[in-house]
Design a protein around this ligand. Structure first.
Ligand code: NAP
Ligand code: ZN
Ligand code: ZN
Length: 360
């Protein structure tokens, strides 16, 4: 097969940063995007968040990478063009795109506004698009996307802090709702205080819950409680602290990106408690039967959220003034940011200033 001519594959020139191999090193990349179709919205990207999934992906930790890989699925910006049949958006609107850009639109999941569980879901990057080309994400200058998958960013939310809502935000909001862990007064644990974890604390607090952070980083305690509003903080390696909290939680949102033990987490939930995994470590986790049987406990999972729910989450965030705590970086810092992300050294989301730092 002839190599893909990325610059001429589509009619509109685009540029961004791509990884070329499993080293994950990102460098400038010229490519192209399709012309704005009838139902498409094109927008200039102003900011893009860095999700740990971007890092898993460019290093091919999930075994599904294709190179060159332009990551980024927390992109926001301003509409520059709309197709003739677009009804929801106009030029100048503030919009964003999360993890998906298309789905089959006809299966039962799609019919239930759960495009995120559609077998035909097309991811924002690294997926085969309808035209057979590979999708490229938001570490780039502009985006074209079917209007159905475009989210409106409310005026009172700043672009940079809102970008991470599109993945980190919805990924924790959706399971809190679906698993019924959203009733005021309930006690939830949030494991891993990173991008997803800190959003979980903010949403859970806004829902009126009691929140305990369970972390490997004792140095995050003061901020978790004072700044993010967590009610308690457990150091997961401190068995005494963990034991004292046994059986106290209604549920747990586990956002950890690396292999870790879930049995100690099962011990933290009450009878009928739920441990929901959203973190996606590359290796399987150990799940013995007894800690589940004893206490009728449930381990579940959750993948981002549907488009309708994503808009609902953003509107909820706007109402409660919820945005991510971010460190804004220039695109040429992106490889250093990835190294720091791997070491859990970010409070709490890197966001790339695309508009001011990405040059052709
Ligand atoms: P992140 O910012 O790196 O946060 C992960 C946190 O996990 C770290 O801050 C750290 O928190 C904790 N952690 C890291 N290594 C650990 C270890 N070895 N043992 C225990 N805890 C550890 O990552 P993120 O962007 O929030 O993403 C988290 C995970 O969710 C990733 O695997 C990502 O791919 C996945 N994800 C899933 C979905 C979905 O739809 N399900 C969507 C987005 C992301 P402490 O310092 O507090 O311990
Ligand atoms: Zn993500
Ligand atoms: Zn479908």
């Amino acid at each position: 097969m002839a190599p893909v001519d990325h610059e001429n594959e589509h009619p509109v020139p685009a540029y961004g940063y791509a990884a070329r191999d499993a080293s994950g090193h990102l460098s400038p990349f010229k490519f192209s995007r399709r012309a704005t179709g009838e139902t498409d919205v094109a927008f200039k990207i102003t900011y893009c968040g860095i999700c740990h999934s971007d890092l898993h992906f460019i290093k091919n930790e999930w075994g599904n990478a294709s190179y060159p890989a332009v990551p980024g699925h927390e992109l926001v910006g301003v509409v520059t063009e709309v197709g003739s049949k677009v009804t929801k958006y106009k030029v100048g609107d503030r919009v964003g795109v999360g993890c998906m850009v298309q789905s089959c639109r006809s299966c039962t999941s799609c019919a239930e506004n759960l495009e995120n569980y559609c077998p035909g879901m097309i991811l924002t990057y690294g997926s085969k698009n309808l035209d057979g080309t590979i999708t490229h994400g938001g570490y780039s200058n502009f985006m074209v996307c079917d209007e159905h998958f475009v989210i409106r960013i409310p005026d009172n939310l700043p672009f940079d802090g809102a970008a991470p809502l599109l993945c980190a935000g919805i990924t924790v909001y959706s399971p809190l709702k679906y698993y019924g862990l959203d009733k005021p007064g309930m006690h939830v644990g949030v494991v891993g205080l990173g991008g997803l974890g800190h959003m979980a604390v903010k949403f859970a607090k806004a829902m009126g819950l009691k929140v305990t952070v369970i972390s490997t980083s004792p140095n995050k305690k003061a901020e978790a409680m004072e700044r993010l509003g967590a009610d308690a903080f457990l150091v997961s390696r401190d068995t005494e602290q963990m034991q004292a909290a046994m059986g106290t939680m209604d549920g747990i949102i586990d956002t950890v990106s690396a292999t870790h033990a879930i049995v100690p987490l099962l011990a933290l939930v009450k009878t009928n408690g739920k441990v929901v995994l959203v973190g996606a470590p590359e290796k399987p986790l150990e799940l013995p039967a007894f800690p589940l049987i004893m206490g009728r406990k449930l381990v579940g999972g959750s993948c981002i959220g549907g488009i309708k729910e994503t808009q609902e989450m953003i509107d909820f965030a706007a109402k409660h003034n919820i945005v991510a705590d971010i460190e804004v970086i220039s695109i040429d810092y992106v490889n250093t940011a990835m190294e720091r992300l791997l070491k859990a050294d970010v409070k709490y989301r890197f966001v790339i200033d695309i508009a001011n730092t990405l040059k052709p």
